[in-house]
Each structure stands twice: as structure tokens, then as C-alpha cells.
Write a protein that binds this ligand. Structure first.
Ligand SMILES: C[S@@+](CC[C@H](N)C(=O)[O-])C[C@H]1O[C@@H](n2cnc3c(N)ncnc32)[C@H](O)[C@@H]1O
Length: 396
């Protein structure tokens, strides 16, 4: 388990690793029952600022430990034995040597760990080759965790990620994106990051306080349009000591179940984040200086962002219902639309659907009261009064 003691001064990494630790075992249980091989690609493995000699506070250490544990569960309770391959990339010979030391300790008959040296954009084919002939039988989870944004050109990423059996988690450094937006010599790097024309101009035209959020929405579109993912969701990571967003973790998948499991992990990691930020503040100055809001757990900036993203999500829900006409819309689809936004919860969606005018919720199964994102449960939402919904949209 991730240990907060290893993360003094870099609590944001604890939040990120907690998210991986919550998501990956669920991913392994879900896809490991159908696929013979699970592949974890950590293309920015570092190692970076690790305090634990066993790399328990690195992304690959957390990921491999979580997946080893999940495989053990699959063997014991499901009597199935998928294999695991981890591919770890370090930029320099010494980083790769560190990764090799780690790998040597963790390789087993069922766990392959390959290490590579170089920059992600130049090693994409080499990573693909390592996954190799088994690609069709393998399901990949790719973690791209750069410190900046120039290292993940969309043109190189997209062909690597375009597959039904692939999910990705990408760190989007919105703080840097925001900072360099008006420097003319950076224009190409924005084009490389988003991979589409017009994004830079839209970001420049956007009012400054809303630019980071627009960057998230534009990146979401790039993951869908250029990498071919059906669903995108994301988590927000704040500076531990300030009221400021540090980065977003963008998650893309082709299955609603992926969104459901990611959202669950995101909510748990967001709670950890709230308490970690308050703790970090208390340690620094005795009393927390971050302005607490609402239930006394979230700070003001978290609550403000939650409100803005909730407004976006609710509007998208209304749009989706209207677009679907008067036919029943699977609740799982609506779930993916709303959960595209960070800090928005399944309870928020449920409350919107039952309070929106002109919407009927139908649950498959008489005894259930709460709609489920599971498409097999047969839950639907139907727009019964488009006029009332349109008026609601105008008001929101
Ligand atoms: C934010 S750290 C990631 C740390 C790691 N994912 C973790 O959470 O423990 C980014 C790492 O990527 C490495 N890096 C920088 N540029 C890279 C590139 N072009 N390709 C691959 N790795 C790179 C850096 O050396 C650094 O160790």
C-alpha cells in the first residue's frame, strides 16, 4: 500500500499513485477474466524523487504491486491465470539500470518486466514491438506521466493508443499550458500536444480563469477524435500547499465499465487529496491556511471547481437527452457523459435526473431504487418533455 510517509513535500504524487492503486486492481479483475495477458506500460517511469528503496512510491512500483496482488486474486478466486507484462521506460542509462534492478526482483513465471531507455516519442515502436505478437490477446493500460507537455506529441501517441483493447492515463500539465499560452514561439508545441488546428486560438480567446478547464475539454476531444477512444474522464490534482490546480489526469477507455471504475477511484483519491492538503498545511504552519468550504473537508478552490464542472456536466446531460429524442437512453450512456468531468459524482447525476423537468427514469428490476451505470441492469432515462428540458438548459 502507498505510504504517505514517503511523499513529504510531493503530496501530489501520493494522490496520483493512490489513484493508480485504486484503479488498476479493478481494471485487472475486469479485463483479466477476458484477456490472456495484461500489459502495463509506464512510459515516464523515472524513477523520479523516490524515497522508498523498494520503489513503493514510484508509479511503476505501485502499479506492479497492485497488479501482482490482483493476479493472485484472479488465480485464487476465479481459477484463471492471465500473465502480466510491464514495460518501463527510463530516459538515461542510469535510470534504466535502476529500472532493471527493480525488474530483476519482480520477474516471475507470470510476470514479465521489460525495461527500455530513451524518450517516449522515439521509443513508441520499440514498446509496441515488446508487446509484440501477443498484441491481439493483450489488453494494455498505458500511463503517460511527463513533467511538461512537449514529450507527448499527439501524432506519436495516437497510432500507439488506437485499439479497442487499450486504456490510457495521461498527465495534462494545465499549469504550464496556461503559463506559456501567449508566447508566439510555443505555438507549434501546442499543436503537437493537442494534434488539432484551432485549439491554440480557442485557448487564447478564452477568458484567463477558464483556460485550464478549456484545455481539459480540448484534450478530451483530441483523445476521442485522434486516438479513437469512446469515453474520457479525468481527475484533478491540486498543489498541496496552495489553492491552485497542478495538473489533470486524463483517462480514456472504450467501455462504460472503465468510466465507472475510474470514477470510483477518482472519488477515493479526491478524498485522500482533501485530507492530504489539509495535513500538509497543518505541518507547515500549525494551522491550515487553505480556506475550507462546505463540509469542512474541501477547500474553496476545490468546491468552486466542482461547481463549475457540475454545471458543464448537467448541461451535457440535458443536451444528450434532447439529442436522443423521446427514445429511452441507456443510463450507462448518461453516466459516461456526466462522469467525463472531475469531482462530479454518480449521486449528482442521479439527483439531476430525478429533478430535471420532462425526464422519466425507468429502472430494470422492481426492487432497485438507484440507477446503475451497468448497461446490463436495463436502466433508462427518457426525455418526455423536450420543451421543458430546453427551458431548463436556457436557465442553467
Ligand atoms: C513526473 S516524472 C514521472 C514519475 C513517475 N511516473 C512516478 O509517478 O513515479 C516524469 C519522468 O519522466 C522522465 N522523462 C522526461 N522526459 C521524458 C521523455 N521524453 N520520455 C520518457 N521519460 C521522460 C523524467 O526523467 C521523469 O523521471
Amino acid at each position: 500500500m502507498t505510504d504517505p510517509a514517503h511523499y513529504d513535500g510531493r503530496e501530489q504524487a501520493y494522490v496520483k499513485h493512490s489513484l493508480l492503486e485504486k484503479y488498476l486492481p479493478q481494471w485487472a479483475y475486469r479485463v483479466g477474466r477476458e484477456w490472456g495477458k495484461l500489459v502495463y506500460v509506464d512510459a515516464f517511469a523515472g524513477p523520479w524523487q523516490v524515497a522508498s528503496s523498494e520503489y513503493l512510491d514510484s508509479s511503476f512500483g505501485v502499479a506492479v504491486a497492485s497488479l501482482e496482488h490482483a493476479l493472485e486474486g484472479l488465480r485464487r478466486y476465479w481459477k484463471i491465470n492471465p500473465s502480466l507484462q510491464a514495460v518501463l521506460l527510463g530516459t538515461t542509462a542510469s535510470k534504466r539500470a535502476e529500472l532493471e534492478t527493480y525488474a530483476a526482483k519482480h520477474r516471475t513465471a507470470d510476470v514479465t518486466i521489460d525495461t527500455l531507455q530513451g524518450e517516449f516519442a522515439e521509443r513508441v515502436e520499440a514498446i509496441d514491438e515488446l508487446i509484440g505478437a501477443d498484441k491481439k490477446k493483450a489488453f494494455r493500460f498505458v500511463f503517460l506521466d511527463p513533467k511538461g507537455w512537449a514529450q507527448i506529441p499527439m501524432e506519436r501517441m495516437a497510432p500507439f493508443l488506437q485499439s479497442r483493447s487499450c486504456e490510457v492515463l495521461v498527465t495534462l500539465m494545465t499549469r504550464h499550458i496556461y503559463r506559456f499560452l501567449d508566447q508566439p514561439d510555443r505555438a507549434d508545441s501546442y499543436r503537437n500536444l493537442f494534434g488539432r488546428n484551432g485549439v491554440l486560438e480557442r485557448l487564447q480567446e478564452c477568458p484567463k480563469p477558464l483556460r485550464s478547464e478549456l484545455a481539459v475539454l480540448e484534450y478530451r476531444d483530441s483523445l476521442k477524435i485522434l486516438c479513437g477512444f469512446k469515453y474520457v474522464s479525468c481527475a484533478v490534482v491540486f498543489r498541496p500547499d496552495r489553492e491552485e490546480v497542478l495538473y489533470y489526469l486524463m483517462f480514456a477507455t472504450n467501455h462504460p465499465k472503465g468510466v465507472e471504475v475510474f470514477k470510483d477511484a477518482e472519488i477515493k483519491a479526491a478524498k485522500i487529496q482533501d485530507s492530504v492538503r489539509i495535513d500538509a498545511q497543518s505541518r507547515k504552519g500549525g494551522q491550515p491556511e487553505l480556506p475550507l468550504d462546505g463540509d469542512g473537508q474541501r477547500t474553496q478552490v476545490v468546491n468552486e471547481l466542482r461547481e463549475r464542472f457540475s454545471r458543464h456536466a448537467r448541461r451535457d446531460v440535458i443536451h444528450t437527452l434532447l439529442k436522443n429524442g423521446d427514445r429511452p437512453l441507456p443510463y450507462s450512456e448518461l453516466f459516461c457523459v456526466a462522469m467525463a468531468y472531475p469531482l462530479v459524482t454518480p449521486e449528482d447525476l442521479h439527483s439531476w435526473v430525478v429533478t430535471l423537468p420532462g425526464v422519466k427514469l425507468t429502472l430494470g428490476g422492481e426492487k432497485r431504487r438507484t440507477p446503475s451505470p451497468d448497461e446490463n441492469k436495463g436502466d433508462y432515462a427518457t426525455a418526455t418533455d423536450a420543451g421543458a428540458l430546453r427551458r431548463e438548459l436556457d436557465r442553467s
